[in-house]
Design a protein around this ligand. Structure first.
Ligand code: IFM
Length: 459
């Protein structure tokens, strides 16, 4: 079956600064929370870190040549905050100069840059003052965003404030599996709120300096599949939706928090950190919503880790995700269900109606056990199958009336997969971490064909 995308549909690829750049101590960059976290023994698999990563900082020219060969319409990159506004000191001109060169070369190659301002590399100096738990970080984020927009806004028109605030707050401050590695109750909820506030403040600042900017936020949203009709599993599904989606989609799209939040987290916070006007600030008109999707969520009710409700971390909500016996799992251990992607995209409209702006899929992809064969090729058929099925799922949603304008595959190249280190490979380009040689995979050739024809043949 052939699936055709509109002629103006944008095909892109995405990466993030700490995952690819390396050069962590060059040209005035100061440490981020991910430098600290990855250098803390036991935090990242095999003790790996982003010191060198893909060395994109020095090899960006080669990488842009690959993007051109791939035929990308757009490339989603993120700026490293600690390169640009390392601490309370002055703006770092050398850091901005790197992004100048990158953006200029992208434009020269005919590729539109889509820039994410925060993909998790918070300057360590700000974490030392409380990180996202404190309101001031939201103000500092808006300040840095204005600097970046002032500098690059003549050439960059697509701006994404935050990538996946769920990960920055819940994984980083509650589960402790991402930097800064905290396991807190109220602290994680404060972090989530200050991220929302920072998003709103940054959106206002970007618009004031780049009036023709298109501004959005990227959320990794859960497509929740209730696993049984039992009241306990129904409540598990409700709580999964709350922590995975509603504490982000409600402020951004509706200027409120769900009542359920107060009920669920009452033992750990009175929410007095939410000040008058914060929700109005978080609720800025947006040009687009970025949606990242990888796998379905199947929450099953289980006992809380901590019996005392007042001592629980924010994410201890009494559910865990179900994996079916014998089902295919990606290298991340994630199940695959493309129909859950269509459901998620239609859920947005069903829940928020006209308040949902046009959508870009800002990430979707799969980690596979890719190896370079004796013939020098990487035959990643699982990735082709996955991306093809998920693109079809996007088109199914579009056919149901969802306004999706583009799709960015995660990722352009294999890179530092956070706490999982370099083992999971998400790229359409293989990276040999010993030699840093780039090898386009079979999916690269396949995706180039999709971009050229705007068509996929789905099974
Ligand atoms: O690698 C990450 C990315 O940084 C954020 N979204 C999910 C990807 C895969 O885990």
């Amino acid at each position: 079956m052939t699936v055709q995308f509109p002629a103006d549909f944008i095909f892109g690829a995405a990466t993030a600064s700490y995952q690819i750049e390396g050069a962590v101590a060059e040209d005035g960059r100061t440490p981020s929370i991910w430098d600290t976290y990855s250098h803390t023994p036991g935090k990242v698999q095999q003790g790996q870190n982003g010191d060198v990563a893909c060395d994109h900082y020095h090899r960006y020219g080669e990488d842009i040549a690959l993007m051109k060969q791939l035929g990308l319409d757009s490339y989603r990159l993120s700026l490293a905050w600690p390169r640009i506004k390392p601490d309370d000191g002055p703006v770092n001109a050398a850091g901005l100069a790197f992004y100048d060169k990158l953006v200029d070369e992208l434009l020269a190659a005919g590729i539109d840059p889509a820039v994410t301002l925060y993909h998790w590399d918070l300057p360590q100096t700000l974490e030392d003052k409380g990180g996202w738990r404190v309101r001031d970080t939201a103000e500092r984020f808006a300040e840095y965003s204005a600097v970046a927009a002032e500098h690059l806004g003549d050439r960059v028109k697509k701006w994404i404030t935050l990538n996946e605030p769920f990960c920055s707050s819940i994984l980083g401050y509650s589960e402790g599996v991402h930097a800064p590695g905290a396991q807190e109750g109220e602290g994680a909820l404060k972090a989530a709120h200050h991220l929302m506030l920072g998003h709103g403040l940054a959106t206002q600042r970007i618009r004031s300096v780049v009036p023709d900017a298109q501004v959005g936020i990227t959320l990794n949203l859960a497509s929740v599949q209730q696993v049984s009709d039992s009241p306990a599993d129904a409540e598990a599904a409700r709580r999964n939706l709350l922590i995975g989606n509603l504490i982000f989609t409600d402020p951004v799209l509706a200027g409120k928090y769900p009542e359920h939040a107060r009920e669920v987290w009452a033992p750990i916070t009175d929410f007095s950190f939410i000040q008058d006007g914060d929700l109005e600030t978080a609720h800025q008109p947006l040009d687009f919503l970025g949606v990242n999707f990888y796998f379905p969520s199947r929450p099953k009710a289980v006992a809380h880790d901590e019996p005392d409700p007042a001592k629980r971390v924010a994410s201890d909500l009494g559910f865990e995700s179900v994996i079916h016996d014998g089902e295919y799992l990606t290298e991340m251990g994630w199940p695959v269900d493309a129909s859950a992607f269509t459901d998620l995209l239609t859920w947005l409209g069903d829940t928020y109606g006209d308040a949902v702006p046009p959508i870009y899929i800002t990430e979707n992809g799969i980690a596979c056990p890719d190896v370079v064969g004796a013939d020098g090729r990487v035959d990643d058929q699982d990735r082709i199958r996955y991306v093809s099925a998920h693109l079809k799922a996007v088109k199914d949603a579009m056919d149901k009336g969802v306004d999706v304008r583009g799709y960015y595959v995660w990722s352009l190249m294999d890179n530092f997969e956070w706490a999982r280190g370099y083992q999971p490979r998400f790229g359409v380009v293989h990276v040999d971490y010993d030699t840093l040689k780039r090898t386009p995979k079979a999916s690269f050739d396949w995706y180039r064909g999709v971009i050229q024809s705007h068509e996929i043949t789905a099974g």
